[in-house]
Write a protein of this length. Sequence first.
Length: 95
Amino acid sequence: MADRTSRLWVAILITVMDVTVFERFFTIIWLALSPVLWTRVALSLMLTVWTGSAAVIWLHVYYDFRHLLYEHRPAAALGRANSKVPSDQGGPINV
């Protein structure tokens, strides 16, 4: 569980830092370097990799918490199945 919550905090902190850096610096860098074609392509590729890595981090967090939710369901289902008493049998059970 500690690994899952630490991964969530890492994803949140990285996302906040990414948004902050993008808002403050990317426009200035784009305006300064966009006249050169190869730098425009390089900046676009860097932005694509940057966005993709953030998506991968959030997918890891999503699947961690999804696994956390579903790992308790079979145990709950077994608990309910064991507590059921067969009501259709009126007499003693012959095994």
